[in-house]
Design a protein around this ligand. Structure first.
Ligand code: SF4
Length: 331
């Protein structure tokens, strides 16, 4: 009941209020979540280093008293995060950065990290090092334009973050317009978790911007069937209507989706919404993520069980990013 009061109808309609009312500190977390006495102090320590970010919308999807709840596990800090130092930058993105915000690891693809603003803090995030930085938005326009023009082998631009759908819209539009002006660029992809975690942000203003630059590929990050809410389905439908093509990326997470039954439901439901399951990823060894990791052998067994049980269209690539920047490999 407390949670429903926390997300008033006014908040539900306004994505800015959703962000403003997000749980971002231990004290706020304690007000909305049941924490056992044994975990309380350690969760407080985790929050100091890697703070939570949980919108009222996400709170409304979870059972605050159930530590096994798959949504809660993804966003509520766990005492187990203290037990694993992990790697600050597991994909060595900083070492492959030709200018601030850009990562060039594959010859024909360029990634731009456009902001560190997210609609939620996923506890397993491999860019969680960015949560501690002051809020930033992409501002290296001249460098990006020159780099794309001087590197005509780059055919595919991945706009990522944080979440690009939380950029000020004039900035997102400037980025899309710049990308469209580079003739050698064939594909523009946007990686986002907004339709899942903050679907009210997929509003007329955002759709109008995207509409001007289609075809665009939207890579949705989604991990559990419970994330496929009515609000998310509406956001997906709106994106399709303006000419976006949608694929999904899922991280294989212990205690969230590490069973073929859960993934079969997720992938088939995504397909029914018009979203092609694209990648199932191993969890990267970022700090505090050991408790989420599933072995590659277990992952392969899950993939074998999925084969023949889901439509071929719903079957994703199973892959991992080699730590240290070695790139993606299929498993
Ligand atoms: S939305 Fe993406 S970038 Fe943001 S915390 Fe989650 S995984 Fe990391």
């Amino acid at each position: 009941m407390a949670l429903r009061l926390f997300r008033s109808p006014r908040v539900a309609r306004d994505w800015r209020l959703e962000l403003a009312r997000a749980v971002t500190t231990f004290d706020q977390l304690e007000r909305v979540m049941v924490l056992s006495p044994s975990e309380r102090e350690r969760v407080r320590q985790v929050c100091r280093v890697y703070p939570p970010f949980i919108t009222p919308f996400l709170l409304s999807l979870m059972d605050p008293g159930d530590t096994e709840d798959p949504i809660r596990r993804q966003v509520v800090p766990s005492p187990l995060e203290l037990e694993d130092p992990g790697m600050e930058d597991p994909l060595a993105e900083d070492a492959h950065s030709p200018f601030p915000g850009a990562v060039h690891q594959y010859d024909n693809r360029l990634l731009v990290v456009t902001t560190n603003r997210c609609a939620l803090h996923c506890r397993y995030c491999f860019r969680k090092r960015n949560w501690r930085r002051p809020l930033f938005f992409f501002s290296w326009w001249m460098e990006l334009e020159a780099y794309l023009k001087n590197n005509p082998q780059v055919e595919d631009l991945l706009i990522s973050g944080g979440d690009p759908f939380l950029l000020p819209l004039e900035m997102l539009e400037k980025l899309l317009s710049l990308a469209r002006s580079v003739e050698t660029l064939k594909v523009i992809r946007i990686g986002t978790r907004v339709p899942v975690a903050l679907p009210s942000r997929v509003d007329g203003e955002l759709l109008r911007v995207l509409d001007g630059y289609t075809p665009l590929w939207i890579c949705l990050h989604v991990n559990h069937p419970r994330e496929l809410t009515e609000e998310m389905a509406r956001a997906v439908e709106s994106l399709s209507r303006v000419g976006c093509s949608l694929v999904s990326q899922t991280v294989l997470l212990r205690g969230v989706n590490d069973s073929w039954e859960t993934l079969a439901e997720l992938f088939m439901d995504l397909l029914s919404l018009g979203v092609k399951p694209y990648y199932l990823f191993q969890c990267d060894p970022a700090p505090g993520t050991a408790h989420f990791r599933v072995s590659a052998d277990e992952g392969r067994d899950i993939m074998k069980s999925l084969w023949g049980r889901v439509s071929g269209l719903a079957y994703p690539h199973y892959a991992m990013d080699l730590p240290g920047g070695g790139g993606k490999v299929l498993l």
